[in-house]
Design a binder for this molecule. Structure first.
Ligand code: MV4
Length: 450
């Protein structure tokens, strides 16, 4: 059905996708901006095409540049990776119109999940628990006040076109509800050209727990357990793990069943993630569905032994999914995102030449990266330069290995988040697993005071 895959992305994920292609005998086409000529994703591709200048809008975000590259190289499928065009339904549609296989879900499903209010309504119909809130968008600041009084404070005002926390406001005092509404609307309008908002009750200090699903587009769906992504700062995830320290086998079973039922109800195809908030009493609520492979997918791969990117390709080729009972979780995996950033300076980006680069190794250690010694990190893109993923029989063993691997990971010439991760792995709250989505920010705040 297809033989040559163009990877419409850069960096570690482009390399990751090409590895899966190679493993099942597919040939690969890399695309690159002029800033990425020397990246490993270009070197390891069978063919590569320059698609434009460093600015992403003129290269990795340009459907025209990418479709031209596909035509030049004769690629018959496109894998979008994550970010850039991965959740752009128009691009998915353009691929299909050019008879290039889109390795991802149906463009209509991408669109539906992109509208967070519509996604929520669809998930209610599919039997997913959601946070109580407005039925669809809220028309005015006055209506927001009425709803806030009805549901009770605190409430969260969110952008219909949002996600990742943009255009979101927490209201803890009813006197602020109108201002919060107007500000969130202006922010959403500026960011997404859509100022529509919805409202729901706020969950206090929730955990972020997400279920990895895979569908065949014919109503069959399986899940690969959960990932806990509560260790994050300003909506940027820093450490992810699987299983979640807060999820019991019974809860996993229940969340997994909920997620697969919901994904099956929309005939989901390919890899997807259902994001849930988990409160202190173990109630979970659907938040959003991500219709792409995610940065943190390797932690799921380490505990299930499944190659999720390979499964994305196989589903697109029409293969059958594994059976749910053949997906077994074993041990514990932790991922640390290594960013070219200085955590001591508010995570200020630190691009530049990598003078020393020594990767960790040994049992239970995996590193996904496009970087090598002598490479220059360009300043134009997100600052993820490597993902360190470790596995252990238990969470304790995984933490010990993670510290060992971080201490072997030597980077000179730029600042990275490695020292920050080493610090996090020493904190009492992380060791006991007693964290929530505001924890890192509160911790950093404390540190800067002392
Ligand atoms: C919430 C919430 C509390 N209550 N909704 C942030 C991004 C988006 N995915 C959902 N988000 C939240 N929605 C209600 N009703 C708290 C957050 C939230 C959060 C969620 C996941 C991971 C990190 C977060 C950090 C701050 C707030």
């Amino acid at each position: 059905m297809f033989k040559k895959v163009l990877v419409a992305n850069r960096g570690e994920i482009a390399l990751r996708v090409m590895r899966a292609c190679k493993d099942i005998g597919l040939s690969t086409v890399a695309v690159f901006s002029t800033a990425d000529r020397d990246s490993l994703h270009v070197r390891f591709a069978d063919e590569s095409v320059c698609i434009g200048p460093p600015q992403a809008t003129e290269s990795y975000l340009s459907p025209r540049a990418i479709m031209s590259a596909a035509e030049i190289a004769g690629a018959d499928a496109i894998h979008p990776g994550y970010g850039f065009l991965a959740e752009n339904e128009d691009f998915a549609q353009i691929c299909q119109a050019h008879e290039v296989v889109w390795i991802g879900p149906d463009p209509k499903v991408i669109q539906m999940m992109g509208n967070k209010s519509e996604a929520k309504r669809t998930m209610i119909k599919a039997g997913c628990p959601v946070v109580p809130g407005s039925d669809g968008p809220v028309e005015s600041a006055e209506e927001a006040r009425t709803l806030a009084e009805e549901f009770g404070l605190p409430v969260m005002i969110k952008a219909v076109a949002g996600g990742g926390g943009r255009g979101m406001r927490l209201v803890t005092d009813i006197a602020n509800v109108e201002t919060a509404f107007e500000m969130a609307s202006a922010e959403a309008e500026a960011a997404f050209s859509n100022g529509d908002l919805y409202l729901e009750k706020a969950i206090v200090e929730p955990r972020h727990v997400e279920i990895q699903v895979m569908g065949d587009g014919k109503g069959n769906c399986i899940h690969f357990g959960e990932r806990d992504c509560s260790m994050q700062r300003r909506h940027q995830k820093l450490i992810e793990e699987s299983p979640s320290p807060a999820v019991s086998p019974e809860l996993r079973e229940k969340m997994g069943r909920t997620a697969t039922q919901a994904a099956a109800a929309i005939n989901y195809s390919g890899a997807g993630t259902m994001e849930f908030l988990l409160d202190r009493s173990g109630h979970f609520y659907f938040m959003e569905m991500n219709t792409r492979i995610q940065v943190e997918h390797p932690v799921t791969e380490m505990v299930t032994g499944a190659d999720l990117v390979k499964w994305q390709l196989l589903v697109a080729l029409g293969h059958k999914l594994p059976r749910q009972k053949d997906v077994q979780l074993r041990g514990h995996a932790i991922e640390c995102r290594v960013n070219a950033e200085d955590a001591a300076r508010g995570f200020l980006p630190s691009p530049g030449k990598v003078a020393t680069w020594n990767l960790p190794g040994g049992p239970g250690v995996r590193v996904d990266t496009h970087v090598y010694q002598g490479y220059s990190i360009p300043p134009f893109y997100d600052s993820l330069i490597a993902k360190l993923i470790v596995w252990g029989e238990t969470r304790e063993e995984a933490i010990v290995r993670c510290k060992r691997a971080l201490s072997e990971f030597i980077v000179e010439g730029i600042q990275t988040t490695i020292p920050f991760h080493l610090q996090m792995l020493e904190t009492e709250a992380f060791l006991t697993g007693d964290i929530h989505t505001k924890w890192v920010e509160q911790y950093m705040e404390q540190q800067s005071k002392s």
